[in-house]
Design a protein around this ligand. Structure first.
Ligand SMILES: C[S@@+](CC[C@H](N)C(=O)[O-])C[C@H]1O[C@@H](n2cnc3c(N)ncnc32)[C@H](O)[C@@H]1O
Length: 306
C-alpha cells in the first residue's frame, strides 16, 4: 500500500444516506448481513473473570473467581415490515454495483424465501447463482423440531455473462474421505461446494470482538477472495463488528463499511486500532484505541460528518 493511501472508509450513519451518496456502478463486491428479523434484541454481555474470595468458581490451587458483567452490546432486530425495510436498500445496492460486480446477502431460514423473491425482482432471476448454506453446530438444541444450524447466503451477480469468480484462488479444503481420491488429490484438497461447514467465532478466540451476530472471518475471506480482485472496492452497509473490513485488509481489497449503531463503531475502532489508511466519518475512533495502537494517519484522516 502506498503511503497515505486510504484503504477503508467507515461511516457511523444510516445506510440509506450513504448508499444514495455513492456513484452508480462504483463498487466491485457487496456483502451484507442485515438484522435477521428474529423479533429479539440481539445482545451479548462482555464478561471478565476476576479473583474474588467470595467467587462461586474454584480454580487452580483452590483460588476462587467470580464473573462480572462489564457491559452489554446490542441492536434491535424486529421489523413490522422487513421487506419494506430491505427493498430500498437492495435497490440502491444494485445501482452502486459495478457491471461485473457480485452481491452476497446473508440471512437465515426464517426470511430467506421472502428475500429471494425480492432479490429476484431487483437483480433478475438469471442473476441468481447460488444459495450458500453455512452450516455450524453450536448452541441450544430444541427438542420440538430439528435444531436449525445453518445460515443462508444468497449470491447474485449484476451480469451473469460477465463477473469475477477467482476459481483458482479459492482456498481448498480437505476431502471428507481422502482415502477415496488418491494421495495427490487428497494433498491438494478440494474446492468447497455451496455448503460451507465452518465453526462460529469461538468464544475464547482472538477473533471474538464481543459484538452480537459477529460472523467468522473465514466465511468473509472466502467470499472476498472468490468474488473480487486485489485493490477492488468492497461495500458492507450493515457492518457490525467490521468482519468484511478485516477480510479486505487481509486480502488487499479496499472497503466501505456503514453502521448506525455507536457500539458497532466502538468495536470496529478497537478491531482496526493501529491500522493506517482508515478514514472515519461521523465517529472519532481515538478514545477507543488502546494508547499504544493509535494509527499513524489518524489525525490526517479523521473527518466529522456534515
Ligand atoms: C447482523 S449485524 C452485522 C454483523 C456483521 N456481519 C459482523 O460480522 O459483525 C447487522 C448490523 O446492521 C446494523 N444496522 C441495522 N440497521 C441499519 C441501518 N439502517 N443503517 C446502518 N446500519 C444498520 C446494526 O447496527 C448491526 O450492527
Amino acid at each position: 500500500m502506498a503511503e497515505n493511501e486510504i484503504v477503508g472508509t467507515i461511516y457511523f450513519a444510516e445506510n440509506t444516506d450513504i448508499l444514495k451518496s455513492l456513484p452508480s456502478a462504483s463498487v466491485d463486491l457487496i456483502y451484507i448481513d442485515p438484522p435477521f428479523n428474529t423479533g429479539k434484541v440481539q445482545q451479548r454481555a462482555q464478561l471478565r473473570t476476576v479473583q474474588s474470595n467470595s467467587g462461586d468458581r474454584v480454580g487452580f490451587q483452590g483460588r476462587r473467581y467470580e464473573t462480572i458483567v462489564l457491559g452489554r452490546r446490542g441492536f434491535p432486530d424486529f421489523f413490522d415490515d422487513y421487506l419494506a425495510f430491505l427493498e430500498p436498500r437492495l435497490a440502491e445496492a444494485h445501482r452502486v454495483l459495478a457491471p461485473h460486480g457480485s452481491f452476497y446477502f446473508h440471512v437465515d431460514y426464517r426470511e430467506v424465501h421472502y428475500c429471494k423473491v425480492l432479490l429476484d425482482a431487483i437483480f433478475g432471476r438469471d442473476a441468481f447463482l447460488n444459495e450458500i448454506i453455512w452450516a455450524y453446530d453450536y448452541g441450544g438444541r430444541p427438542k420440538t423440531k430439528w435444531p436449525p444450524k445453518h445460515d443462508n447466503i444468497l449470491f447474485y451477480v449484476k451480469d451473469p455473462t460477465n463477473y469475477i469468480f477467482n476459481y483458482d484462488e479459492i482456498e481448498r479444503i480437505p476431502y471428507m474421505a481422502p482415502g477415496l481420491v488418491g494421495p495427490e488429490k487428497a494433498a491438494r484438497g478440494k474446492i468447497p461446494t455451496d455448503t460451507w461447514w465452518h465453526t462460529i467465532v469461538p468464544t475464547n478466540s482472538s477473533e471474538k470482538t464481543g459484538y452480537p451476530t459477529q460472523k467468522p472471518l473465514g466465511i468473509l475471506r472466502r467470499i472476498v477472495q472468490a468474488s473480487s480482485r486485489p485493490g477492488d472496492l468492497v461495500l458492507d452497509f450493515f457492518a457490525g463488528s467490521g468482519t468484511t473490513g478485516a477480510a479486505c485488509l487481509a486480502l488487499g481489497r479496499r472497503f466501505i463499511l456503514v453502521d448506525n449503531n455507536q457500539e458497532a463503531l466502538e468495536v470496529m475502532a478497537r478491531r482496526f486500532a493501529g491500522i493506517a489508511g482508515i478514514r472515519w466519518i461521523g465517529f472519532n475512533p481515538g478514545p477507543h484505541h488502546p494508547p499504544h495502537k493509535q494509527p499513524a494517519l489518524f489525525g490526517a484522516l479523521m473527518q466529522q460528518e456534515g
